[in-house]
Design a protein around this ligand. Structure first.
Ligand SMILES: [Zn+2]
Length: 210
């Protein structure tokens, strides 16, 4: 088929996963966010390092263990240098490691505040009848598939559900509840635009980054 518009969407989360922790000052459970700063403490040849989180209500801190009692010779010097320099790239990478965070605190909130970077993979000369969206989700987010499509296509979530109910939208790998689950890396969404009154507008939204 030549009347397909194929696009690649890369989902870029704006907010790193946030742990729910007991805040001593608030005396309640609060969300904490990464400050993107590290604390490094050397004790003889042993070293501890933490990523500092702050309570979103009162700025009290919580130190997330990154290195615990590690012998300095077993630490990659570049890694150590980045820790000491508060390298924002490293802080961001560690902050987005939700699995590791969950092992340390239990309950973690994943934000669905994302940006979507869009690229056209191939397109037809004629107005497209089909839209195929390949989704790259390098970092796990709490973003649901229907919300991703609503954001990316500038449509309401009910319209997205309606497209699926009428058989004009399919998600693979298959699953009828797929629209309610978190968007996954490698997911493919196919939409039949032939009966959509606003197909040109949808195709335009699918290809142009916000
Ligand atoms: Zn607090």
């Amino acid at each position: 088929m030549s009347d397909i518009l194929r696009v690649l969407w890369t989902v870029v989360p704006r907010i790193a996963p946030q742990p729910w922790l007991n805040c001593k000052r608030c005396r309640d459970i609060r969300l904490f966010r990464s400050s993107e700063k590290f604390r490094v403490n050397a004790n003889g040849k042993r070293l501890d390092a933490w990523l500092i989180y702050k309570c979103t209500s009162c700025d009290s801190t919580w130190n997330r263990p990154i290195l615990e009692r590690r012998h300095v010779r077993t630490i990659d010097p570049l890694f150590l240098m980045s820790l000491r320099a508060n390298d924002p790239e490293l802080a961001r990478r560690l902050a987005f490691d939700a699995e590791n965070l969950r092992r340390k605190v239990g309950l973690v909130e994943k934000s669905d505040d994302v940006g979507v970077r869009k690229e056209v993979l191939s397109e037809s000369m004629t107005p497209p009848r089909w839209l195929e969206i390949l989704c790259a989700v390098p970092k796990m987010t709490g973003l649901r598939v229907d919300r991703l499509l609503a954001i990316g296509l500038h449509l309401s979530r009910s319209r997205i559900r309606n497209l699926q109910d009428t058989g004009n939208l399919a998600v693979s790998p298959e699953g009828s509840r797929m629209l309610r689950t978190a968007a996954r890396d490698g997911m493919r969404v196919t939409i039949d635009l032939s009966e959509a009154y606003d197909r040109d507008r949808i195709a335009m939204a699918a290809r142009s980054s916000d």
